[in-house]
Design a protein around this ligand. Structure first.
Ligand code: GLA
Length: 403
C-alpha cells in the first residue's frame, strides 16, 4: 500500500464516485489492478425536523435524510481483511471483517462494529480495500456515526445492499452500537440514513415501527443547517442521568396506570398526578418527552395542511423545551436560534439531534436564506467568538450504491 497523502478537500469527493474510485486506485494497489471490480457506496446523514429524545421513549420522530453523507469506494476481497483509508487524513486501519476482536478506540470501531453485528446475525462480512470520504461535519449533530455504520454495512457486504431487510438493518446498527461500541442510542439516525426519500421527511412510530413519508411542502422551502462550531459535549453520564429520570417517571406512573410501558403512553394529566412523588427534574425530563411527541403529531397535521406558521411555532417550542426541560441545549445553540427568530422571514429554528452543541435546523423560505446567512455570519461571531457555517440541506434518498 502506498502512504496516502492527507487531503483537506476530501469532502468534495464524498458523493463523486469517479473521484472516490480514483483515490482508491491511488492508495490500494489491489484496486488499481482490478479497476472494473471497484464499487462505490454512500449513506446520508440526517436532520430531524421535530421529535427529539422521543425515539428511545417509543415515541414519534420526523427525520430527513440529507444530501450529505459518507462515501466509500471499495474493492471486495477474498482475504477477510477490511482495510479502510480516510481520504481526509490518509490514516488507514484494518480488522478481520467477520471477527473484529477488541475495539481500537478509533473511528474504525464504527466499521468493525458492523462486521461484528453482521457476523452475529449469521450474515456474511467480507473483506475489502476501501477509501472513505465524508462531507458531513463531525460533531455537528448530523449523524455522521449512523452514516458511517450504514455505509460500512454495505462495504462489508461486497458493496451491495446487506442481505437483510431494511428495518432489520436498522436494528443491526443498534445492535452494533449497544454490543460493540457500548452506546445506548435510539433508532432514528440509522432509520433515516437507510429509509431516506427525496423531497420527504419520514414519520416513524418508534414503537410499532410503522413509517410513512411526509412530503415537504413546496420547492421554495429550504432546510438550513448552522453547525455552531462548538464541539458536542455529550457526556455518557448525562445520558444516564436522563435515562434514570424518565425511568423513574415511567415507574411512578405505571404504578397508577398499569397500561403504561413508556413515556409514549403518558398523558400530561398522568404526569400531573404523580408530580409530587417525583423529583422536579424527573418531571421536567418526562414533560419534555410527553409534549414533544404531541408536537410531532401536530407538526405533521400542520405540514399536511400547509400551515407553516404553526410548524414554526412548534419548532421554537421544541427548542425551548430541549433548553429548559431536557437541558440539552448550549449557549451557542440558543444564540443561533435567537438570531434565526429575529430574522424576518424565518419560519422556525430548533436544535436538531442529541444537543449539547451541534446544529440548529432552520425552516426558511428560499428567498429568505440570504438574510439568515447574513445575520448568522454577522451576529454569531460577534456574540460567541466562534465561526458558524450555514448551508442548505435537501431531503435525499437513503443508503445506496453510486457505482
Ligand atoms: C441522537 C440519537 C438518536 C436520538 C437523538 C435525539 O441522535 O442517536 O437516537 O435519540 O439523539 O433525538
Amino acid at each position: 500500500m502506498l502512504a496516502p497523502k492527507p487531503d483537506p478537500n476530501a469532502a468534495a469527493v464524498a458523493r463523486d464516485p469517479d473521484a472516490l474510485a480514483a483515490r482508491l486506485r491511488e492508495v490500494h494497489p489491489e484496486a488499481a489492478a482490478h479497476p472494473g471490480e471497484i464499487r462505490v457506496v454512500f449513506a446520508p446523514g440526517r436532520v430531524n425536523l421535530i421529535g427529539e429524545h422521543t425515539d428511545y421513549n417509543e415515541g414519534f420522530v420526523l427525520p430527513v435524510a440529507i444530501d450529505r453523507g459518507i462515501g466509500i469506494a471499495l474493492l471486495p476481497t477474498e482475504d477477510g481483511v477490511a482495510r479502510l483509508t480516510l481520504a481526509e487524513t490518509g490514516e488507514t486501519r484494518e480488522f478481520a471483517a467477520a471477527a473484529p476482536g477488541a475495539r481500537q478506540n478509533a473511528w474504525i470501531d464504527y466499521v468493525a462494529g458492523m462486521g461484528w453485528a453482521l457476523a452475529e446475525a449469521g450474515l456474511p462480512a467480507r473483506g475489502f480495500r476501501g477509501v472513505l470520504a465524508s462531507d458531513l461535519p463531525q460533531g455537528a449533530g448530523l449523524s455522521s456515526s449512523a452514516a458511517l455504520e450504514v455505509v460500512s454495512a454495505w462495504a462489508l457486504s461486497g458493496g451491495e445492499r446487506p442481505g437483510i431487510d431494511s428495518m432489520g438493518l436498522v436494528h443491526l446498527v443498534k445492535r452494533s452500537e449497544n454490543g460493540f461500541i457500548g452506546l445506548n442510542n435510539g433508532i432514528m439516525d440509522q432509520f433515516a440514513s437507510i429509509f431516506g426519500e427525496p423531497s420527504s421527511a419520514l414519520l416513524l412510530d418508534c414503537r410499532s415501527l410503522e413509517h410513512r413519508p411526509i412530503r415537504l411542502v413546496g420547492e421554495d422551502l429550504a432546510l438550513v443547517a448552522c453547525p455552531s462550531g462548538s464541539p458536542r459535549r455529550l457526556a455518557p453520564s448525562a445520558d444516564n442521568e436522563r435515562r434514570a429520570r424518565w425511568e423513574a417517571a415511567v415507574a411512578a406512573i405505571a404504578a397508577l396506570e398499569p397500561g403504561v410501558r413508556a413515556l409514549r403512553d403518558v398523558t400530561p394529566a398522568m404526569l400531573e398526578a404523580v408530580r409530587d412523588r417525583l423529583e422536579p427534574v424527573a418531571v421536567r425530563r418526562a414533560q419534555h418527552v410527553v409534549e414533544e411527541d404531541q408536537r410531532v403529531l401536530d407538526a405533521i397535521a400542520a405540514f399536511e395542511s400547509g400551515d407553516l406558521a404553526t410548524v414554526g411555532e412548534l419548532f421554537y417550542e421544541s427548542h425551548a423545551s430541549l433548553r429548559d426541560l431536557y437541558d440539552v441545549s448550549s449557549p451557542e445553540l440558543d444564540t443561533l436560534v435567537e438570531i434565526a427568530q429575529a430574522t424576518p422571514g424565518v419560519i422556525g429554528a430548533r436544535l436538531t439531534g442529541a444537543g449539547f452543541g451541534g446544529c440548529p435546523l432552520n425552516l426558511v423560505p428560499r428567498d429568505a436564506v440570504p438574510d439568515l446567512r447574513d445575520a448568522v455570519l454577522r451576529d454569531y461571531p460577534a456574540r460567541t467568538g466562534l465561526t458558524p457555517r450555514v448551508f442548505e440541506v435537501a431531503a435525499s434518498a437513503g443508503a445506496r450504491r453510486l457505482a
